[in-house]
Design a protein around this ligand. Structure first.
Ligand code: SF4
Length: 378
């Protein structure tokens, strides 16, 4: 967005400031012949003050803004649709500049809000119970598109729910974050930088289906978020069926990588276990799960399957879910039942697939935010 400035037809490379870490922005400023501090100044406008136009960068000389309009972009998303669940969960459908739809979900819990963000358009992993899998992988999101989900949500909450802040961030939306490794890590660096929005890594969780080599790599990074692992089965036989990735990296390889992951004090790995009726929900399965995870600092989140039309599964009956949880607990495995949130707007875990279920909610007040010109038909 370049309001008030002329965009040059120069052939020099145009760089996206929203996808840059602070160090990259400082280097970029120097490439343009400016001092390093100019890079920080610009970066703060984008990643701390969350501005969306050059005009808003009021302490920059006009010629600097003109050069930025020629040599950089503020690559960003627009809001196509906001849906609100009866439980207060909001799902935002966002459009990338090349017209792809992605989704992010805001889940209120008391005075806190957890935001679930996407890392890819679609997903290649093909978990059999997941609606996103049915899209296949369309493309990776770049770091700017990942962080802009957070920035847009902040601005939205400031307008519709002032005082409410995003307290936790989970990479559990569309996509397998470790499949988009470099942009994931770049986005963590941007979001974790104290000179930007400064989110603590303790408040960020990356969820993976178990890309083992990249788990090893993540363990060596200087930014290390919490880990959640989508396990969903107590043995290879079941996991091979419902998560084809298991045929490449089986449960033993996955657990070995997790045991090696350098957890900080008082942190533990979260295992997600989607309960599918008559597939992985018996007492025997609960016993196997408890044995499997013995000795790992962890907890298990049980997620009764959230229905969508493309998968042949059923959610287990409530008494089966209770029995499964009780058996895990009896065997000493900390196990929590996750109440589905936003399932009436297809915003619950495993349901994200750019579907519009019910009336879109786009309050007029949101017109201050960057709205897509029209709702595209998917
Ligand atoms: S559960 Fe996650 S990793 Fe598996 S297909 Fe869905 S989005 Fe991809």
């Amino acid at each position: 967005m370049v309001t008030g400035f002329t965009v040059s037809t120069t052939t020099a490379a145009v760089r996206d400031l929203r996808a840059m870490t602070l160090a990259e922005a400082e280097a970029f400023a120097q490439e343009l012949g400016w001092p390093r501090f100019r890079g920080e100044q610009i970066w703060r406008w984008v990643h701390a003050k969350l501005v969306r136009t050059w005009d808003e960068m009021t302490n920059l000389p006009r010629e600097v803004r003109q050069t930025l309009a020629e040599r950089a972009t503020l690559g960003q998303l627009t809001i196509a649709e906001v849906q609100e669940s009866r439980d207060g969960t909001r799902k935002l459908r966002l459009l990338t500049r090349d017209g792809k739809s992605i989704e992010t979900v805001l889940i209120p819990d008391g005075d806190k809000t957890t935001q679930c963000i996407s890392s890819q358009v679609g997903c290649a992993v093909d978990c059999q119970f997941c609606a996103t899998a049915k899209m296949g992988l369309v493309r990776n999101l770049d770091a700017g598109e990942i962080v802009d989900q957070v920035y847009l949500a902040r601005r939205l909450l400031a307008e519709v729910d002032p005082g409410r802040r995003i307290s936790n961030l989970v990479y559990m939306g569309m996509g397998e974050p470790l499949h988009n490794y470099d942009e994931l890590v770049r986005s963590l660096r941007i979001l974790g930088d104290d000179k930007g929005v400064g989110l603590s890594m303790r408040r960020i969780t990356v969820s993976t289906s178990g890309m083992v080599p990249r788990l090893h790599r993540l363990g060596k990074e200087d930014v290390r978020p919490n880990l959640a692992v989508s396990l969903n089965a107590p043995n290879d036989e079941i996991r091979d069926q419902i998560m084809p990735i298991n045929r490449k990296w089986n449960i033993a390889a996955l657990l070995e990588a997790l045991r090696a992951y350098p957890l900080e004090q008082r942190r533990r790995i979260t295992f997600e276990y989607v309960l599918l009726a008559d597939v992985n929900d018996s007492l025997e399965h609960a016993g196997q799960l408890a044995r499997l995870l013995r000795g790992i600092k962890c907890k298990v989140n049980l997620i009764p399957w959230n229905p969508h039309p493309e998968a042949p599964y059923q959610r287990p009956a409530p008494h089966v879910i209770d029995a499964f949880q009780n058996e895990c607990k009896r065997r000493g495995l900390p196990t929590y039942l996750r109440t589905p949130r936003g399932d009436d707007i297809d915003a619950a875990c495993g349901q994200l697939a750019n579907r519009s279920n019910g009336q879109p909610v786009v309050p007029l007040r949101l017109r201050k935010l960057p709205m897509a010109p029209e709702l595209p038909a998917d």
